[in-house]
Design a protein around this ligand. Structure first.
Ligand SMILES: Cc1cc2nc3c(=O)[nH]c(=O)nc-3n(C[C@H](O)[C@H](O)[C@H](O)COP(=O)(O)O)c2cc1C
Length: 208
């Protein structure tokens, strides 16, 4: 089993999502001791944002015509896509920043989203090519959004990730959520307890 562990928080050791992904991966490892874990810290080493140069590097049918910088971008993109496709389980630390995901996480997704690799279009519409894997999203947020439909409409973090992963053909998506983290100590503690109990359930499922 290949596990891909992705962290994206810019808050280092103070990060809530890093705490959750660490715990999720530890539990999965416990369930599958032979699992191979690959780790990427996208905050420490973010892929460059999509630009005309990067897009050309990713998609050019004539790699020989690329500049040295573009060749490096293409190699990085290919490595990110390969690593993602090879993973049986992807654990993504996804804090909510400004109602959405960290820019580093978006930059990673922009590298993965490639026609012919993670999706394709047919006459019947889009078809995902990265199905068959499980994704666990460690969602952390200062406010609470899951509690009613009005607040849910403000969530462009979990909702976006579900959309794009679905577009890649991934249907097995679990969200481990710690929300209300900025709403006082009691709310914060409760959020972590609830998230941990969800994580404990995940490890049992992985072992089954
Ligand atoms: C730059 C920034 C933007 C944030 N934007 C939001 C937001 O829009 N909504 C929210 O509920 N919390 C917001 N927060 C709070 C974070 O979601 C919260 O601190 C969470 O723990 C972040 O996860 P992390 O600790 O893993 O980075 C923001 C925090 C930061 C640092």
């Amino acid at each position: 089993m290949n596990i891909l562990h992705i962290d994206t928080s810019v808050l280092g050791d103070a990060s809530a999502s890093r705490r959750l992904t660490g715990s999720i991966v530890e539990n999965l490892r416990h369930s599958a001791p032979n699992a191979v874990v690959s780790y990427r810290d996208l905050a420490a080493a973010p892929p460059a944002h999509l630009s005309g140069q990067v897009l050309q590097a990713m998609t050019s049918a004539e790699p020989g015509s690329l500049t040295e910088a573009q060749r490096q971008e293409r190699a990085l993109t290919d490595a990110l896509v390969e690593e993602f496709l090879a993973a049986d389980v992807v654990v993504i630390g996804a804090p909510m920043y400004n109602f959405a995901i960290p820019t580093q996480l978006k930059a990673w997704i922009d590298r993965l989203a490639q026609a012919g690799k993670t999706f394709k279009y047919t006459e019947a519409g889009a078809v995902g090519l990265a199905g068959g894997k499980r994704v666990v999203i460690a969602s952390s947020r200062g406010g609470a959004y899951s509690t009613d439909a009005t607040l849910q409409a403000l969530d462009h973090q979990e909702a976006y990730l579900r959309t794009v992963l679905g577009f890649f053909g991934i249907t097995d998506v679990t969200v481990v959520r710690a929300e209300g983290l900025a709403m006082g100590d009691a709310a914060r503690n409760k959020a972590f307890v609830q998230a941990q109990s969800q994580i404990d359930g995940l490890s049992l499922r992985a072992a089954a």
